[in-house]
Ligand binder design. Structure first.
Ligand code: AMP
Ligand code: MG
Length: 407
């Protein structure tokens, strides 16, 4: 039996970076860029107006009035230069014509019979966005390894890009095991249950940015399990669920070994999620997760998710951890750390966590009431109203409610 940290170390040192691929820009959203992007040109490409107003030369600012010598809407260019004593009407984003170095907004001028007069003092150089003030040609604007968010997509487009090279999405084969399992959409009869794990795991893979490939259900036999594992090797990694304990019908470990795979560990000191094995078969990582619905999802959180993120080029691979005040006493009399399902709220800037009920590894309903996991060490009690670290599974609860704005 290994500790959670040892298991993570073994897994992460066997989670190779995937290859990169070039995709249309929008498909890069949420993925990690695999190339350094240098700017091919300045942004802005020329000095331009930050306001709708009038452009003129500040060397003529001792003067009373300016004659309007032209109009420059955004997108057009005035070829002739502007003489001293003249101003041009200019729209936001339009290039500053030669002879001008200052823009005064409409609100700060008065129209006169011959042109305009300033109503207040204007600083030389005001309201001009200078060429290259955002980005200079050859600047490194997006570094390899960065996460692409909407703002990176926009900046890349402004630099002429239509495609981007990112790390591939990890393709994850998901194999359920067990003669008791029924397909999705069926009604369970006595003794049978619906294969929910394939779906919860597929959802976790999707949420991590990977591509799940559900390869169905292996029967409780070595032959069936081996055949399905081989099928799963077509993906980048394989996750199995169930059949990895010490029961008479647990064939996953044996099947991996029979196929020539190497088990790097089996069983992790944690609850739920102890019966986890990690193996390499034909150099593909295989995560053999427990069958119990919460155990499989918690094991995915602890072990598979960080591995997938690392393979897809992410450097931040662990969920955020916050310090929360506990709403009740939490006790662990067992000899394994307990990952307690908790509900976290934020009240006046303070995180509060409470137990979400039945902590059985089969009880998926209590996980739906949770958004965090509290790591409660073995033989430990944390008293009510003291604080503990909570791993947040989502941060939805921190978002503002619609009722803040409309009734
Ligand atoms: P096992 O480790 O295969 O004995 O499975 C442990 C428990 O998890 C049993 O009660 C199984 O019925 C349940 N289980 C196993 N696989 C799944 C699955 N794919 N979906 C839902 N429950 C499962
Ligand atoms: Mg089973």
């Amino acid at each position: 039996m290994v500790s959670i940290e040892e298991a993570q170390r073994v897994i992460l040192s066997n989670s190779p970076l995937l290859l990169s691929e070039t995709v249309p820009l929008l498909q890069g959203l949420g993925r990690v860029i695999a190339e350094d992007v240098h700017a091919p040109w300045d942004i802005p490409t020329t000095d331009n107006s930050a306001m709708d107003g009038y452009a003129f030369s500040s060397t003529s600012s001792g003067r009373e009035q300016w004659v309007i010598a032209g109009f420059i809407p955004a997108g057009s260019e005035l070829v002739t230069s502007v003489a001293t004593g003249e101003a041009v009407k200019i729209m936001t984003g339009a290039p500053i014509p030669s002879g001008c170095d200052t823009v005064v907004p409409f609100e700060e001028v008065e129209l006169t019979a011959i042109g305009i007069r300033l109503v207040s003092k204007v600083k030389p150089g005001a309201h001009i966005r200078k060429q290259g003030e955002d980005v200079r040609a050859n600047d490194l604007v997006v570094k390899a390894g960065s996460l692409l968010r909407p703002q990176e997509i926009g900046l890349l487009v402004s630099l002429g890009r239509t495609e981007v090279t990112v790390y591939q999405k990890v393709r994850v084969a998901i194999l359920a095991t067990g003669d008791e399992l029924l397909g999705v959409g069926t009604t369970p009869s006595s003794g049978r249950i619906i294969n929910s794990n394939s779906y919860s795991l597929a959802a976790q893979v999707l949420e991590a940015g990977g591509e799940p490939i559900m390869i169905g259900i292996a029967a409780d036999s070595k032959e069936s399990t081996m055949g399905k594992i081989v099928e799963g090797l077509a993906a980048d990694i394989l996750i199995t669920t169930g059949g990895v304990s010490v029961g008479d019908c647990d064939f996953v470990k044996e099947s991996i070994q029979k196929l020539g795979g190497t088990l790097l560990f089996w069983k992790v000191r944690m609850k739920p999620g102890k019966p986890v094995a990690f193996a390499l078969l034909e150099s593909k990582p295989i995560f053999a997760l427990p069958g119990n619905p919460v155990a499989t999802m918690v094991a995915f959180e602890m072990f598979v998710r960080p591995s997938l993120l690392k393979m897809m080029g992410h450097s931040r691979i662990f969920r955020p951890v916050v310090r929360a005040t506990l709403g009740e006493e939490m006790r662990n009399n067992g000899d394994r750390p307990h990952l307690v399902r908790v509900g976290v709220t934020l009240q006046h800037g303070v995180y509060r966590a409470t137990n979400t009920g039945n902590q059985s590894s089969a009880n998926l309903a209590s996980l739906t009431r949770s958004n965090g996991l509290l790591m409660l060490d073995s033989n430990t009690t944390i008293v009510s109203e003291s604080t503990a670290d909570i791993t947040l599974l989502d941060r939805d609860f921190e978002m503002g409610s619609i009722s803040n704005v409309v009734a």
